[in-house]
Design a protein. Structure first.
Length: 267
């Protein structure tokens, strides 16, 4: 699956995230919205009526969310281009599949990233088998996808991602490989910190000050980077960082990102 297929293509999606997901009034959303209820900003052509001013209108959460291309896969492949308005009998199943497909596409993102690393050559064969299997799952029919044990599959994929992390971070001196897995670092003052090769899997970094921090080769899978200040930080070579995490953080023109990610327009 090419990299572009793992990026949201709203023009080929039936506005699934605008309907399937729940919104709650907060700093991220200006309104409450139940799952299955179309957002009032969703137009008849499935485009957002306030796309260019989402943040100004109080919909910051929309600019952070990334389906990893799951929306267009469901719309154009799983349901063959039939939209839920023209075929309302598909709506419930289509909306229910978004989170399942998103998780599968997220796993494909991680496996693809792992395969691109020279350090993971010893496990390339295992990574390829897992990637191929996950891609086949995304092409299952709707009923099979609804029955899929996503948690079990994620567990098997995660074992390979853990091995990937160990191989990548092995080249960093032990004293620098700080283990901050799942750590509460909310609001932490880490400006200029040397976090090369750090294990930050699932760490809570909300509002943390990471200006000028060195995060090369750090494992950032699942790290919560909402409002984390990454100005001038170096994230080149960091592993498992996603566009959604970057979108949720703060940064500037001097923030160094991995090549597969783009600098958010709101930075």
């Amino acid at each position: 699956m090419a990299g572009e297929a793992l990026r949201a293509d709203c023009g080929n999606c039936f506005g699934l995230c605008c309907v399937a997901l729940t919104f709650s009034v907060s700093a991220d959303f200006a309104i409450d919205k139940d799952a299955g209820e179309p957002c009032p900003n969703l137009q008849t052509d499935f485009r957002c009526g306030i796309h260019q001013k989402l943040r100004d209108e109080g919909f910051r959460g929309c600019t952070v969310y990334d389906c990893f291309g799951a929306g267009q896969k469901i719309s154009q492949v799983t349901f063959g281009g039939r939209d839920w308005r023209q075929a309302p009998e598909t709506a419930e199943q289509m909306f229910g599949l978004l989170q399942i497909m998103r998780q599968l596409h997220e796993m494909i993102w991680y496996l693809t990233a792992a395969l691109a690393l020279q350090q993971t050559r010893p496990i390339h064969a295992d990574l390829r088998v897992s990637l191929d299997h996950t891609e086949r799952l995304t092409r299952s029919d709707p009923a099979a996808l609804m029955e899929l044990d996503v948690a079990a599959h994620r567990k098997s994929v995660n074992e390979l991602l853990l091995r990937t992390s160990d191989l990548v971070r092995a080249g960093v001196p032990q004293k620098k490989k700080k283990d901050r897995q799942g750590a509460d670092l909310i609001g932490a003052k880490l400006r200029g910190a040397d976090l090369r090769g750090a294990n930050l899997r699932g760490a809570y970094l909300l509002g943390a000050d990471l200006r000028g921090a060195d995060l090369r080769l750090a494992d950032l899978i699942g790290a919560d980077l909402r409002d984390t200040d990454l100005s001038s930080a170096d994230l080149t070579g960091s592993i498992f960082l996603t566009q959604s995490q970057v979108n949720a953080a703060k940064g500037d023109a001097t923030t160094k990102l991995p090549p597969m990610l783009t600098r958010p327009s709101h930075w």
